[in-house]
Design a protein. Structure first.
Length: 156
């Protein structure tokens, strides 16, 4: 299990050549809470963005993400789904329980690398609350309902 904040900024390397392809800058997330892939930023001055499907990642290391070769890179289609920080962003969205309890604002997600399933959410109640009490982690085993105004989860 890993959080997005640990993945962000990691280099993506080709196993076959050892070349750095680019850096992870975001996650692509489906409307039912599945991590579809990693968004990769590649290039120097004129950066291009690509999608790597979660199934195309050979391994997730602590210091880099490994892919077999660059043929798995896909041009980013029109994003109708969600990303964690860029288009249709989930960061900062309100999390609510199915019972109608306000849980907090989404700060980070915990996901299973092998399955691409989000298994937990790191929440904030604001700066002062985070300093005094720390951030909350909510675990769930069912897909969320992601809407324009809130994310509805079934809390364990």
């Amino acid at each position: 299990m890993r959080t997005f904040s640990l993945l962000k900024g990691l280099p993506v390397l080709e196993v076959k050549t050892g070349n750095k392809i680019g850096d992870v800058f975001d996650l692509s997330i489906s409307g039912n809470g599945q991590v579809k892939g990693l968004l990769l930023r590649k290039g120097g001055l004129l950066k291009k963005n690509y999608l790597i499907g979660i199934e195309d990642v050979a391994s997730f290391g602590w210091d880099g993400v490994m892919i077999e070769d660059s043929s798995v890179l896909k041009a980013i289609p029109k994003i109708d789904e969600y990303t964690f920080e860029s288009h249709n962003r989930l960061t900062g969205k309100m999390l609510m329980s199915r019972e109608g309890e306000r849980l907090g604002l989404l700060e980070d997600v915990y996901f299973s690398e092998e399955l691409g399933t989000i298994v937990g959410y790191e929440l904030s109640d604001g700066f002062f609350s985070d300093v005094l009490e720390g951030k909350r982690v909510i675990k769930t085993d069912e897909p969320p309902a992601i809407g324009k105004d809130a994310i509805i989860v079934n809390v364990k």
